[in-house]
Design a protein around this ligand. Structure first.
Ligand code: KG4
Ligand code: ZN
Length: 331
């Protein structure tokens, strides 16, 4: 089934064509340069930029897949969670196309989309598996029993892991989005240089706000003694503190539930050190690890089309009354 996916929940305008679980195009227009001077996403700017980009992005997605609208058999669109003004742009485009082409429409949960990115690979995870969804807004560990049946095993009590990266980069004046900058800079630093805290060690839940405070306290203490040359060590240690708890708690959740398959997805799953440490930990415990390629970890529409195709094939349909929702927990 040829499905057009549309994603506009935050600051990426994206469209993709997927058929039978294979990706035929994946177009992403990033708004990073529009938001970077503000150190984060400005919702009003994001909505406006989505309007400017959506038409071109849709056209490119069809062209790259070498299909026309007449070939498309279903439309999948992110209908939440996310920024409401941003979501509405993708949703309006999706509804207009579904109406004009008289084809089915399905609204997709963005988090379910992130998990479905792993279904686009050559080797896909069988159910049940444990999924870590780790992004700018979420840090959740689920037991996925099937495509729509999830049990929440752990979640952040405060900041998401991506937020912890972004806030640290802002404190250190490194730019936005913080995860990418820190990932790059940390490669030349010593991850053992600073002993940052690992919070809630014995809980299945996460907490990252204390880590950010600990960085702030360290910066205040060091004051003007803080040398630029120490930055790689600081960010490598900070990154290590985030990565360690993500790996440890996800692996523990899998063990506690007798599961030997783990999916790691969402923007933070693009992190080099996280991928490295997850691979090592999974290999040591004979766990089958599924991490999508970097381009499918951060926001994209191929993952939306992937889960959308499964939903459409299972008979899911949404009417043109479908609305966007800013908060939509999977469980
Ligand atoms: O999934 P995503 O693109 O959007 C949301 O659904 O939130 O995730 C964005 C988050 C941002 O916080 C960004 O800093 C983080 O993912 N991120 C990374 C990396 N690339 C993106 N964090 C660590 N290392 C990276 N390489
Ligand atoms: Zn996302």
């Amino acid at each position: 089934m040829l499905v057009l996916g549309i994603e506009s929940s935050c600051d990426e305008t994206a469209a993709a064509v997927v058929a039978d679980g294979k990706m035929f195009s994946n177009v992403i227009a990033s708004q990073i340069k529009d938001h970077s001077k503000y150190g984060g996403v400005v919702p009003e700017i994001a909505s406006r930029k989505h309007i400017e980009a959506i038409y071109t992005v849709l056209g490119e997605a069809l062209d790259n897949a070498q299909v026309t609208l007449a070939d498309i058999e279903g439309i999948a669109v992110t209908s939440g969670p996310g920024l409401i003004g941003s979501l509405l742009i993708g949703l309006s485009a999706a509804k207009a196309l579904a109406y004009a082409c008289n084809i089915p429409l399905v609204g997709v949960n963005h988090l379910e989309g992130h998990i479905a990115a792993s279904f686009l690979a050559e080797k896909t995870p069988a159910f049940p598996f444990v999924a870590l969804v780790v992004s700018g807004g979420h840090t959740n560990v689920y037991l996925a029993k099937n495509h729509h049946d999830f049990i929440l095993l752990g979640q952040t009590r405060d900041d998401a892991a991506g937020e912890a990266f972004d806030k640290a980069a802002k404190l250190l004046n490194l730019g936005y989005p913080g995860g990418v900058v820190i990932d790059k800079m940390a490669k030349s630093g010593n991850p053992q240089a600073v002993a940052f805290p690992r919070a809630m060690k014995d809980s299945p839940d996460f907490s990252f706000s204390g880590l950010k405070t600990s960085l702030l306290t360290m910066l205040k203490k060091r004051g003007c003694d803080f040398e630029k040359s120490q930055l790689p060590d600081v960010v490598a240690s900070y990154q290590e503190a985030i990565v360690d708890v993500l790996v440890e708690k996800t692996i523990r959740a899998a063990g506690d539930n007798g599961i030997d398959r783990i999916v790691v997805c969402g923007g933070v799953a693009a992190n080099g050190r996280l991928r490295e440490k997850f691979s090592a930990a999974a290999a040591a415990r004979k766990i089958d690890l599924f991490i999508p390629p970097i381009l499918l970890c951060t926001d994209n529409a191929a993952m939306i089309a992937a889960i959308g195709e499964i939903m459409l094939k299972n008979g899911h349909r949404d009417s043109l009354n479908l609305n966007a929702v800013s908060r939509w927990p999977l469980v």
